[in-house]
Design a protein around this ligand. Structure first.
Ligand SMILES: [Zn+2]
Ligand SMILES: [Zn+2]
Length: 442
């Protein structure tokens, strides 16, 4: 065997001037057919990676009989510099000088071949997710019977065809042996109307639950609207709504956050939700002479804390929102925090899980790019698997397709798995931080 690096030829007519993707095992089985130049025996030995830089790799082969070493340099160096051609080619947008890929129609066949595996692999995580949801809801008697469960739409209801949603309902019985009796949606009334006039399960009325996040956001838009409409109005204290020490957009955001929190914590109890929602307004409307902190969370309220310690509390009036401003935005509370209005979120849920799933899906299939339904379904399947079980669960899928996941793929999925985990915990940490900030601002 010659210890020689591959050299790039100038001649474009040289039909061997190209790169080749070759599996290591193919290379080694080739070597095993040759005679070692060190010992004249048929070569058999070990292979080590001496250097790896991007797509470039330097391999060392050692003969087991005589210890003879030989090296393979997978790509020539550029004429000027230390870079390897393959990595520079990759940087020019992937002009890798590879043989052309399979023809379009063959490629589609391969995609369909993969889709079969992906859709098989996604079934179990989906079934698991459905049963997890049932057991989380505390309904674990006998899972083989027809069960009722809340459906979280995969998709914004407004953008989705009502027939598709109807179909999702109908599929639940043959597929999971469960009935979805309610779903979380936002504004769109068309879907619910369709499900009411065409009940997917005879005799079952499907309830639409309000998306709590969506509902809480209306507090912000309501206050902002009032502020905008009255930006030139002179309020009862002779000043306008905007300006220093008045009611800022930041205050409006805070009201939304507190309102969302009240909904989250009391969404099973209308009376409590009503009290908690109005406590937000009253707490801010309070003065030292007229304190109105009832129902406010003592954890967040300095007045209630002082009172329980038997101390006198004096409000920092510089930080307080003037009553004149609060009077102006009170209609937002009157509209959203009436019992009729709040009744809509009782028992509601959020589409947070949905949004997380979406962001995962759209990293695989960017929204702006056209893609075939095969690719979309593959991405949907992969997202389902990753969303429910993490990247490391792709191991099983790859093993079923290729008999082995492959060293670098395993390493890559391992890293993605860890990154995703830490991202999830980062989001949790960030939420915690926001909560702490709220606490400090009170
Ligand atoms: Zn020969
Ligand atoms: Zn040898």
């Amino acid at each position: 065997m010659q210890n020689e690096s591959t050299s790039s030829k100038q001649n474009v007519n040289d039909n061997l001037d190209f790169n080749l993707i070759i599996h290591m095992n193919s290379l080694i089985s080739l070597l095993k057919q040759f005679i070692c130049s060190g010992c004249n025996k048929r070569w058999d030995g070990s292979t080590t990676i001496k250097e790896r830089n991007g797509l470039y790799i330097q391999l060392e082969f050692m003969c087991n009989h005589c210890g003879f070493l030989t090296r393979l340099y997978s790509s020539p160096k550029m004429r000027n510099g230390r870079r390897h051609e393959i990595n520079v080619r990759l940087a020019i947008g992937g002009s890798l000088n590879l043989p052309p890929p399979v023809q379009e129609h063959k490629y589609r066949e391969v995609q369909e071949f993969i889709l079969n595996y992906v859709e098989t692999a996604q079934e179990q995580p989906m079934i698991d997710a459905v049963y997890d949801a049932i057991s989380e809801a505390g309904d674990v008697e006998d899972l083989t019977e027809n069960h009722e469960c809340q459906l979280n739409f995969i998709g914004a209801s407004g953008a989705m065809e009502k027939e598709m949603i109807y179909e999702m309902f109908c599929r639940s019985l043959p597929k999971y042996d469960i009935k979805y009796i309610s779903y979380i949606g936002d504004g769109d009334a068309k879907v619910h109307k369709y499900l009411t006039t065409n009940p997917p399960y005879p005799g079952v009325t499907i309830r639409k639950l309000e998306d709590t996040n969506h509902f809480a956001k209306r507090m912000l838009s309501c206050i902002k609207k009032i502020k905008q409409e009255n930006k030139n109005t002179i309020l009862s204290d002779g000043k306008k709504i905007n300006g220093k020490g008045r009611l800022t957009d930041g205050d409006a955001i805070k009201f939304k956050i507190y309102f969302a929190k009240a909904i989250r914590e009391s969404k099973t109890d209308l009376d409590k939700l009503y009290e908690k929602s109005w406590a937000i307004f009253n707490h801010h409307y309070s003065t030292d002479i007229e304190p109105m902190h009832d129902w406010y969370d003592p954890q967040w309220c300095k007045y209630l804390q002082a009172k329980s310690n038997g101390q006198q509390f004096t409000r920092n009036s510089r930080l307080a929102i003037p009553r004149a401003c609060l009077d102006l935005i009170k209609p937002a509370f009157l509209e959203l925090c009436s019992k009729t209005s709040l009744a809509r979120v009782v028992g509601g849920g959020s589409q947070n899980a949905n949004e997380a799933f979406h962001s995962l899906l759209w990293t695989m299939v960017p929204k702006h790019r056209f893609c075939s339904s095969t690719i979309l379904r593959t991405a949907l399947g992969l997202s389902t698997i990753i969303y429910n079980d993490g990247y490391s669960s792709l191991d099983k899928l790859f093993t079923s397709v290729f008999s082995s996941i492959g060293y670098f793929s395993a390493e890559c999925f391992g890293r993605l798995h860890t990154a995703r985990k830490s991202l999830t915990s980062k989001v949790k940490k960030r939420r915690k931080k926001v909560q702490q900030q709220q606490q400090q601002q009170q």
